[in-house]
Write a protein that binds this ligand. Structure first.
Ligand code: KIV
Length: 281
């Protein structure tokens, strides 16, 4: 909070400076109400392309478009004051050329007010990260399991076990050297996450990558129990909102069928009546 009482938003350099100190708290959000819930508790709010699977029922993130990301990012921006807003670049929006990556990232920032973008990929995307950061676009990188490459991996398996650890290590080093201000490590074994976190100068944000990381991120719908029966090992469910919502909807259906809802207090009469705490209705 500034002297004038204005909340100062967290910036990419603030995140970068948190390396090795208090763990960074990060969650996804795709809507204004959820953004309002998470903003005060998080350092980073990510509009992830997971929105395609979580809210749109798509089978993977591959068909998420830039327009979808812009629409959700605008909604999230309206609910935020404090956390750093980062938005995922969707599959196909940055891989073709440096110019394409810049054009689409700049559009995302200009239209949504986000302060940074996230790109998936390691060494192969390092040149793009260097190009964007040199032109005013802060980049959060994402290595390990990169869901946009699900067809190359043949599934959503843990990455970097055994000899494969070297590949992920080189990816993390490459994005760090290219100028990313932080890097998501997804689904990698704890010893590798620890090694990367100890050796690179930017914060690592883990998802399925252990508490050795400099911060943690989860898909908010997963930790609230809102995304069906999806229960991967790395997610802790803090509440079962899906079950609570299902019970509430069942109770409503029963009430409607039994004519218990609407009850007298939900019904308008001929005369306006003042109800405590509300205007006359
Ligand atoms: O799309 C997403 O939500 C993500 C996070 C899970 C890191 O990339």
């Amino acid at each position: 909070m500034s002297a004038a009482g204005v909340v100062k938003a967290i910036t990419p350099p603030n995140i970068r400076a948190r390396k090795g100190s208090t763990p960074l708290v990060c969650l996804t959000a795709y809507t204004t109400p959820v953004a309002r819930l998470v903003d005060g508790h998080c350092d980073i709010v990510l509009v992830g392309d997971s929105v395609g699977m979580v809210l749109h029922g798509l089978p993977s993130t591959l068909s998420v478009t830039l327009d979808m990301m812009i629409m959700h990012a605008k909604a999230v921006r309206r609910g935020m004051e404090r956390a750093l807003l980062v938005v995922d670049m969707p599959f196909g929006s940055y891989e073709e050329s440096l110019e394409q990556a810049f054009r689409n990232s700049a559009r995302l920032m200009a239209e949504t007010g986000c302060a940074a973008v996230k790109l998936e990929g390691g060494a192969t995307i390092a040149e793009t990260i260097r190009f964007l950061t040199a032109r005013g676009i802060p980049v959060m990188a994402h290595v390990g399991l990169t869901p946009q490459a699900v067809n190359v991996f043949g599934g959503y398996r843990v990455q970097g076990r055994g000899e494969d650890a070297e590949r992920i290590w080189r990816d993390a080093l490459a994005v760090s050297e290219a100028g990313a201000f932080s890097v998501v490590l997804e689904k990698v074994p704890e010893p590798l996450a620890r090694r990367i976190t100890e050796k690179i100068p930017i914060p690592t944000i883990g998802i399925g990558a252990s508490a050795a990381c400099d911060g943690q991120i989860l898909v908010v719908d997963d930790m609230l129990g809102l995304f069906g029966d999806f229960r991967p090992k790395f997610v802790k469910r803090y509440v079962e909102l899906g079950e609570a919502a299902s019970a509430a909807i069942e109770a409503y259906a029963c009430d409607v069928k039994e004519r218990r809802f609407p009850a007298a207090e939900h019904v308008f009469g001929d005369e306006p009546k003042a109800i405590k705490g509300r205007e006359a209705t």
